[in-house]
Ligand binder design. Structure first.
Ligand SMILES: [Fe+2]
Ligand SMILES: [Fe+2]
Length: 187
């Protein structure tokens, strides 16, 4: 267990809160939907696609920016997160396949069975996702702060010293967002 004080961390992973909100809403919809009926389930497919796209973009950002930066310091802490991204990608592909089968099924018992399995699959990915977020914020973030600071006891101001280096890896919008947030000490 790391010992960095949470209140002194910059929250590079703040997007996790929004992902968590989206995912928990989606899971609730699936958990409470009556799959036995023949009502269209397009809204579930649309929400699932939307969340999957956002998640994919989030993972791409982490891999191309944060993980690339860590690799420059020969840190291997992001390798597990890379593997977890792959696993999430495969899990969503399987869930989409199950949803397609469900959309074609007409027998009530079969639809109920498929709907329940869909819920179980999604709930498992949700649990994996929470664990993944925890790994990133509890393992990767402290590593990043340690490597980009010349002090072991990383504090916000010391992290800000590393900002010029991080800034080069961001696009203009991302850099501007972080610049403002850093100035306000809210990231
Ligand atoms: Fe991630
Ligand atoms: Fe993440």
């Amino acid at each position: 267990m790391n010992t960095y004080p949470l209140k002194k961390r910059h929250r590079l992973y703040r997007e996790h809160k929004y992902l968590l909100c989206l995912f928990s809403t989606l899971l609730q919809k699936v958990a409470t939907h009556d799959f036995g009926g023949l009502a269209p389930i397009d809204f579930i497919k649309n929400d699932l696609q939307q969340f999957s796209d956002v998640l994919h973009g989030h993972a791409h950002y982490e891999e191309s920016r944060i993980h690339t930066l860590l690799a420059q310091y020969d840190s291997k802490v992001a390798h597990l997160a890379d593997q977890q991204h792959q696993a999430h990608h495969l899990s969503f592909a399987e869930i989409f396949e199950r949803l397609e089968v469900l959309a074609q099924a007409t027998d009530r018992e079969e639809r109920l069975d498929l709907g329940y399995k869909l819920y179980l699959d999604l709930r498992r990915v949700f649990a994996d996702m929470l664990s993944h977020f925890n790994y990133e914020e509890q393992m990767i973030l402290p590593e990043l702060q340690t490597l980009l600071s010349d002090m072991k006891d990383c504090v916000p101001d010391k992290f800000a010293i590393a900002w010029p280096m991080l800034k080069k890896l961001l696009n203009i919008d991302e850099a501007e967002y972080c610049e403002v947030a850093l100035a306000m000490h809210t990231v």
